[in-house]
Design a protein around this ligand. Structure first.
Ligand code: SAM
Length: 215
């Protein structure tokens, strides 16, 4: 599941340049008994399988970097119960030295795993089949903010820092009678910058008034 997204474009280049390292950990390697069991049926009955707390705790401890202080690494449980992931969280994760993303599957985790993690994070109010897609999404959003992965100023003026981005255009100047705003063709950098600031606020007020209120 992880092969495609991490094997192309910006993320691949960041890995090749050794700006970041991504390691995959198979819970099965920490499974119990001859069958390397990682999950079991829920107490109290019900459908589905629950990932075992003893297996999860062993796996989490194994991938923690013991040399790092507490502030430099975080263990994140991907769960629909968590606080919703957003750009601010991506920025704070990008400053860590080690980010451990724990993916659930089937019915999820034994509740007691929450004693061995730092935060629960959700990617939205919907249920996915597993934590792999949230892990890919979070990794992508975080890695592009790591120093050197993309140009610093590309990230500085993007949407959610803190408003939505201003409208962007490229050639042709006119398409089906739709024109590029004159100011962008003027070559006047101060005017372009002023227009972009105003447009960023206008678009945000129209589409995401909650962001204006918040900031
Ligand atoms: C089918 S879900 C389990 C859903 C769980 N039984 C519930 O009702 O909250 C399997 C796994 O996918 C991941 N997952 C599903 N939806 C998610 C979301 N919105 N955000 C983050 N992870 C999610 C979690 O790791 C979860 O343990």
């Amino acid at each position: 599941m992880f092969g495609g997204p991490f094997d192309s474009s910006i993320i691949k280049r960041a890995i090749d340049k050794k700006l970041v390292e991504i390691n995959f950990v198979n819970l099965r390697d920490f499974g119990l008994g001859a069958h390397k069991t990682v999950d079991d049926t829920p107490y109290g009955g019900g459908k589905g399988m629950i990932l075992k707390v003893d297996v999860l705790q062993k796996a989490i401890e194994a991938v923690k970097d013991k040399k790092l202080n507490k502030k430099a690494q975080k263990v994140i449980l991907l769960s629909a119960h968590g606080k919703q992931f957003a750009q601010k969280k991506a920025q704070s994760f990008s400053k860590l030295k080690n980010l451990i993303l724990v993916c659930g599957h089937y019915e999820g985790f034994d509740e007691r795993v929450k004693k061995f993690i730092d935060e629960e994070v959700s990617v939205g109010d919907f249920i996915l089949t597993g934590g792999e897609i949230p892990a890919i999404l979070i990794t992508d959003a975080v890695l592009r903010l790591v120093g050197g992965v993309i140009k610093e100023d590309s990230a500085a003026f993007e949407s959610f820092s803190p408003y939505l981005e201003y409208p962007q255009y490229t050639k042709p100047q006119v398409f089906n009678h739709l024109k590029v705003p004159e100011v962008l063709l003027s070559g006047n950098h101060a005017k372009v910058s002023e227009w972009r600031k105003k447009e960023s606020l206008r678009v945000t007020a129209k589409l995401r008034p909650d962001l204006i209120k918040k900031h």
